[in-house]
Design a protein around this ligand. Structure first.
Ligand SMILES: [Zn+2]
Length: 413
């Protein structure tokens, strides 16, 4: 009983107090430039970074954190997650999750997963749907109110898709049960309405699934979605694999392509030209194989090849996982770091991977003025590890200091 109480105390938010935290940082990485500044003092006050520099004076009464032997960088971000969703894999359709679990279960699931992510150093996540009936909105609000410690969550609310969502082979007698997670929208006017409805219920961004069936969104439909979304100061993320559907997504003005596993070089060049981000969800083959994903080996090969080509062509890339399976013995943090091997195998240097995990994600999420850098005026989202991730990016697995919104979540022993 006592242990439970202690656990509870650790998991609820500690209100930020006015005391200044002074971090003695041995090595501060600037992922936007791939540079390192030695022996910096970072002053954090009222949730934000007040000052950074080598000669910053530490005010009396500050709490001093000694990270002088550590490598310090902005909190890690994931541009494509589903914290309130666990996909069964093994050929089980994803609708099983929403037929068996209600919104309460989904919200608590999200709390469990998002706290695990934050503890591992992932301080911001973009939740791109499959979140029950706005379960991620409730979770985001609870964290923002300070009821619970958790990462910054930006959520898309329900996924907007052509009729049928991502459900498969449902007989007409059963009815459109997928609407627990999806909004059917066909044609510009229905898309416009779906976007407004989603924003009304709390969406921070809009996510479309463009090509999950034999039909896909037209360029006109995407253009309407982009117009409506941008006028509400939000970003448009679109699930699409490749081909004509992807061309429509790029030309229609989406901010990011999600997955894009079948993008050819012409489409990648078009993305570069238009400034479209790739949130590639570059799955490790072992994850797809453990979940018995269809054609796992071939898919892993496609993903690696596409990531290598996208990097070579110079497409803007935001680190993204889509880690939704439950893998034995692994948390979602362990699973997140498993993606590093794919990026390394694709020939992306550590500095570029770190940039994709911070600077680029922040730009895609439209929060670059608040998060993604260690600079005065930014929120205190800071992680640290005992080894240099610019030498070996796998050092991220050793993150032992995590701060979010200026509150220490985890400290080295
Ligand atoms: Zn996804």
């Amino acid at each position: 009983m006592r242990r439970l109480q202690i656990l509870f105390l650790l998991l609820v938010a500690v209100p930020a107090w006015a005391q200044t935290i002074a971090i003695r940082a041995g090595n501060v990485i600037d992922p936007a430039r791939g540079t390192v500044a030695k022996n910096q003092i970072i002053l954090v006050k009222d949730g934000k970074i007040a000052e950074v520099g080598p000669g910053v004076a530490i005010p009396n009464g500050s709490q001093v954190v000694d990270l002088s032997n550590e490598w310090v960088m902005p909190g890690i971000m994931d541009a494509h997650t589903h914290v309130t969703f666990v996909e069964a894999g093994h050929g089980i359709p994803l609708e099983e999750d929403y037929l068996l679990n209600g919104k309460g279960t989904r919200t608590l699931q999200g709390l469990r997963i998002s706290q695990t992510l934050l503890n591992g150093g992932i301080t911001t996540v973009r939740d791109v749907g499959n979140e029950g009936n706005y379960a991620s909105v409730d979770l985001r609000n609870a964290i923002n109110k300070g009821w619970f410690v958790g990462p910054t969550i930006l959520t898309s609310g329900k996924i907007i898709a052509p009729f049928g969502g991502q459900a498969k082979h449902t007989p007409p007698d059963i009815g459109p049960f997928w609407r627990f997670e999806y909004i059917d929208a066909d044609g510009p006017e229905e898309i416009r309405k779906a976007i407004r409805e989603n924003i009304f219920y709390g969406a921070d961004l809009i996510k479309l699934v463009a090509d999950n069936g034999p039909y896909h969104y037209s360029e006109e439909e995407i253009r309407t979605a982009a117009y409506e979304t941008h006028h509400a100061n939000r970003a448009l993320a679109v699930h699409v694999l490749g081909g004509e559907a992807a061309r429509n997504v790029i030309l229609g003005g989406a901010d990011s392509i999600e997955h894009g596993w079948d993008l050819d070089d012409d489409l990648l060049r078009l993305m570069k030209e238009k400034g479209t981000y790739l949130a590639g969800t570059d799955f490790p083959g072992a994850h797809l194989e453990s979940a018995e994903y269809r054609n796992a080996k071939k898919r892993a090969g496609d993903i690696l090849d596409r990531l290598a080509r996208a990097y070579k062509i110079g497409v803007k890339m935001a680190f993204s996982t889509d880690a939704v399976f439950e893998l034995p013995g692994k948390t979602r943090v362990d699973m997140t770091w498993d993606y590093l091997a794919v990026w390394r195998a694709a020939g992306v240097p550590p500095a570029e991977i770190l940039k994709a995990m911070t600077t680029n994600c922040a730009e895609l999420l439209r929060i670059q003025n608040e998060r993604g850098a260690i600079a005065a005026g930014q929120y205190g989202d800071i992680v640290a590890m005992p080894e240099n991730p610019l030498d070996n990016v796998e050092s991220l697995r050793k993150i032992n200091f995590v701060m979010k919104n200026g509150a220490i979540v985890r400290s080295p022993k």
